[in-house]
Write a new protein. Sequence first.
Length: 376
Amino acid sequence: MSHIVIIGSGLAGCATVRALRQQGCDASITVISPEPSLFYYPGLLRSLAEMRVEDSVLINLTRFFEDQDVDHFAASVTGLSPEASVVKTDVTDVGYDYLVIASGSQYSPGIVGSEHVINPLKSWSEMMRYQRALNELEGGSLVIGFGAHPKDPLAFQGGPVFDLLFAIDSRLRNQRQRRSYDITFASPNLKHELRFVDEPFDNLLSQFKRNHIHFLGEEIVSFDRDGLDTPHTRVPSNLTAFVPGLSGPEWAASSGLKVTVSGLFETNSACQAVGHENIYVAGDAGRFSDRPMKLTQYYLADLTGEIAAHNIAALDRGKTPVAALSSDEHGITESVDNNSLICRGKQRNYIRRGVPLTWSRNLMEWQTLRRYKNVS
């Protein structure tokens, strides 16, 4: 019997497990992570509308793993030996026939003065810290933005920051406080996020204008407690939320796999690590050849996990793997009560808005959580 090892128990790792079993794969599966738990990061945005508590987004996966006949190995990964097909951990080495790296990414070093800003997407505690700071204000200037890895302009987390921006805008409007705040969205990487395509970029700028959100596209030089500086502009801020760029896990550079300058694992369109037929990457630990700009992270995790699972199941049966990323992508941008559907691809680029999209996203979230909470 083959042994499949999955590094990480986040959305990508769990999606891989589900898809493997749905494909009828009866291989032995081991998931390596410090705890058998899933933190549902999309729920962080709903906490801004006071619609979430931590227990509602932190899911104990013990029952899910039992239901899927998966062994959980509590450890932290410290390295990889592809030649020996071994994952190195702080407990012991773990051998594999097939490997899925679903470890996620980490944040790259911040801009000068980053101690004066909050990254609400880093953890539940940081989101609560931001929410408390926002609650203490009675008006003023807010800055929200994201950056890229200092050596890799494509290594960033853009989609969730749009969610954060529009969630805050919606919250203030619902509380009838929006007129008391001046909001600036700051990112020199916005056109990277929108694939350098003029139509969605112009549409987004139009949406900013309708919502009275200022856009700052200049490089950010430094932050301080009262705002930020670019080479040409001083922007005051009473509260700054900024998400730095992404980098791969600490052990990526010495993994023996091909990585980008930011430490993300390079893959082909089948989600295979370049040069290794039995190693796959799922989620935002990877740089996918057919998707350099990344899907919104929530959808990327499910999609790449399923593709990796389909291809591993095929290989395990002696067949040729055929699942691959497509050239188009869809994502729903969060605004609590009025979401936007964004399509980006070679043939279609557009933004659609409407309340039914809110219902669609709520349904998608309910289905996702149900998969891992209410197992048989």
